[in-house]
Design a protein around this ligand. Structure first.
Ligand code: M6R
Length: 589
């Protein structure tokens, strides 16, 4: 949700910053901007539109500067427009502020600042920070920053420039991610590491309530509450820069779908951590999977996996869990947070609340060192590599593999399955990578997408383990094609949705697994009888998937549905990597 960036060093900052914004664009892309210091002045180049469009309009190579901050926006307060694009300046153009998050008390702050004579240009919450800096600055930049931070309510990751001290960028973090990339005689600031991966892999991660400054050869971080200087650990990013590039594919989404076979083998690397989490979950009166969006669908699959072994569990969306379910949680509960980014605001809040209630909280996370990874007691990484497309694909496969392993370890240690059965399923799980490859090489799905791209309504139906697959297939289609798609438990169709089935509606029935097959057959007959175009995902269906154990069917069944959604989006002339109104990482509530 918005990407912020900063650079200080010997390169040309406007150009470096636009490069960084291009790599951060998955976080928001309705407008982009850079502010930099040149000729003892703050210079502003920003506009509405995608980063590449703004870049070609403003031509950053025309400028020269060694320090700047930048922003790619996902609008919360104020429509996407040039004036609302970040960074934001104060009345005297002394400060430039790049912000990710939401300042919840901005209305009252704006009123107070207006009474003091400040003139606001934009409708954003962020602009209050620039004017607060202007108000508080009496010659000591860090003190002014701390005083400004003290009155802010809400969430922020900040990169702030001051023309009077053109050798440093101020930084601060509260509930929105911020990382410093360490170079030689240069340093970088970004919401996420892919932004500076071509330049450096050495990083410092800021925690909540930390602030400080970055110079070209120095970084200092302080505790916001005590004001004490902190000794920050450096860490290394293990991803390769190529992993965060398109590698010849038209879109990141297609590249990431093609990486799904590797996502299986990569997630299997965390078996030690999953075994540990299983040992801590053993004997808990209830296991909760808590997550948002696609990660929630993975969690729902986790619930069905555990139920299959007779272990009680629930999957709850984080935005509901944090305000209600958490009240029923205590030390006898185990919570598993699931998140690709590790930065989803609702999932973070749910995890914090659960810890306060004394529950054991673990995480299945993709981004190493992210907030959720650091918040939980134990983390199992999915190691899916950077996922750039807004629609999550390979990370979902990684999450399903981790959850399957977790379910197997937990049921083995709880004596719900025999060692022999455990080993058989582990072996099958390892083989799923090859089965996914087979699905990916089948060209038929594109033809089916061509036929369906003109349709307006899609129902995805499945039962038990493949009910979440239906939800996920529908989510993928709606988010990148803007078509009406719904996932339903197949048995529920006759309780309402059947009323809208007709010739123009597509029903995708996920039938595989020899599981409740007769029941699915009846539901399929019901949809055909209403003349809906019914596509069956099955070993012998129109959408073919290979035979795997029932428990592993969610892993192969989702793959053609990923491709189906991708092709429909492309056939409709849309950009599947950057769907309208969405952002990759939802760091606001
Ligand atoms: O980073 P997270 O896994 O926590 O993100 C959760 C959701 O925001 C995410 O899965 C979202 O639903 C995706 N756009 C779906 O493709």
């Amino acid at each position: 949700m918005c990407g912020i960036a900063g650079y200080i060093g010997e390169r040309n900052s406007p150009e470096v910053l636009f490069d960084m914004l291009e790599r951060l664009e998955y976080r928001g892309y309705d407008s982009a901007g850079v502010m930099f210091i040149a000729g003892r002045k703050i210079n502003i180049i920003k506009d509405k539109g995608k980063v590449s469009e703004v870049r070609s309009r403003v031509k950053p190579e025309r400028y020269k500067s060694d320090i700047g901050v930048a922003h790619t926006r996902w609008a919360t307060h104020g429509v996407p427009s040039k004036v609302n694009a970040h960074p934001h300046a104060d009345c005297k153009n002394l400060f430039a502020v790049s912000h990710n998050g939401i300042i919840e008390n901005y209305v009252s702050l704006r009123r107070e600042l207006t009474l003091k004579g400040h003139k606001f240009q934009s409708d954003t919450d962020t602009e209050v920070i620039s004017h607060l800096m202007e108000e508080n600055y009496k010659g000591d930049l860090l003190t002014a920053f701390r005083e400004s931070l003290d009155v802010l309510e809400g969430s922020y990751a900040l990169a702030v420039l001051c023309v009077k001290e053109p050798n440093r960028i101020l930084i601060a973090r509260k509930e929105s991610p911020l990382i410093v990339g360490l170079g030689k005689q240069e340093n970088f600031i970004a919401s996420d590491a892919p932004a500076f991966m071509p330049y450096t892999k050495e990083i410092i991660i800021l925690n909540d309530f930390e602030y400080g400054f970055v110079e070209k050869d120095r970084v200092e971080v302080f505790d916001l509450v005590s004001g004490k200087k902190l000794k920050k650990q450096k860490s290394k990013i293990t991803w390769d820069v190529k992993e965060a590039e398109k590698a010849g594919y038209h879109h990141f989404m297609l590249k990431e779908i093609m990486e799904e076979p590797d996502a299986v083998s990569n997630a299997l690397k965390a078996s030690g951590e999953l075994k540990k989490i299983a040992s801590r979950l053993k004997g808990k009166k209830r296991v909760y999977f808590v997550a948002c969006g696609t990660a929630y669908h993975a969690g729902l699959t986790g619930k069905y996996l555990l139920e299959n072994f007779g272990i009680q569990s629930e999957a709850v969306v984080a935005s509901e869990f944090r305000y209600s379910t958490v009240d029923t949680v205590d030390k006898d509960c185990g919570i598993v947070l699931i998140s690709q980014s590790g930065e989803t605001a609702d999932t973070i809040a749910a995890g914090k609340r659960a810890r306060e209630k004394g529950a054991y909280v673990a995480g299945i996370v993709n981004v190493v060192g992210s907030t959720i990874a650091r918040l939980v007691e134990d983390v199992a990484y999915t190691y899916s590599g950077p996922e750039i497309a807004v629609a999550s694909t390979k990370a979902y496969i990684g999450q399903l593999v981790s959850l399957t392993q977790l379910a197997l370890y937990l049921s083995l240690s709880s004596r719900k399955i025999s060692v022999k059965e455990f080993e058989r399923l582990q072996k099958e799980l390892k083989g799923v990578s090859g089965k996914i490859k087979a699905v990916l090489s089948d060209g038929k799905i594109r033809e089916i997408a061509e036929e369906c791209a003109v349709k307006k309504t899609f129902f995805y139906i499945g039962r038990t383990l493949n009910y979440p697959t239906a939800l996920e297939g529908a989510l993928k289609l709606k988010e990148i094609s803007y078509l009406h798609a719904e996932g339903y438990p197949a048995g529920e169709l006759k309780h309402g949705p059947l009323a809208i089935l007709e010739e123009d509606v597509v029903v995708i029935a996920i039938k595989t697994g020899r599981h409740l097959e007769d029941k699915m057959d009846s539901n399929i007959q019901e949809t055909k009888a209403r003349n809906a175009r019914t596509l069956i995902v099955a070993e012998d269906g129109e959408i073919k998937v290979p035979r795997v154990d029932v428990l592993l069917t969610p892993l192969v069944n989702i793959v053609p549905l990923h491709l189906f959604a991708y092709y429909i989006s492309v056939l409709k002339g849309l950009d599947p990597d950057k769907p309208r109104n969405l952002a990759k990482s939802v760091t606001v509530e």
